[in-house]
Design a protein around this ligand. Sequence first.
Ligand SMILES: [Mg+2]
Length: 144
Amino acid sequence: MDVRLPRFVAVDWNGTVVPWFGQPPYPEALTMLEALREAGVYLVVVSHATPQQIQADVARVGLVADEVHGVGAKASMLVQLADRYGDGVMVGDSPQDARAAQAAGLPFIQACFEGMSFLGRGLGPLRDWSELPLLLTNRPIAGE
Ligand SMILES: [Mg+2]
């Protein structure tokens, strides 16, 4: 992946990596996330779920992530991640995800699958997981 990569990427789960718990991942989602991680990006799943629920579904699809969090509200987790790791990006599908990213000062990439309309915020719509490197390339870098 020949782009300036963030230190970490946080991904929402339902509507972003899979349509919903128990369903097959979106095309290329696992391939792209694994490529990021192999390139040294710290990969974190942040889902509005119980820890058990999200850990079970991540294990089901076979994704290897550095951290998997089931939380009641994503903003405080994203703030913690941004404090700990600095330069990061949030990928999610919903307005709540966009607001949580904004609260943490993280650039937001919106997954727009299955007819989800683009909110017009952040780095742009991700209409196919293979577009991720292009969107990461266009992001602002903290301190530059
Ligand atoms: Mg979602």
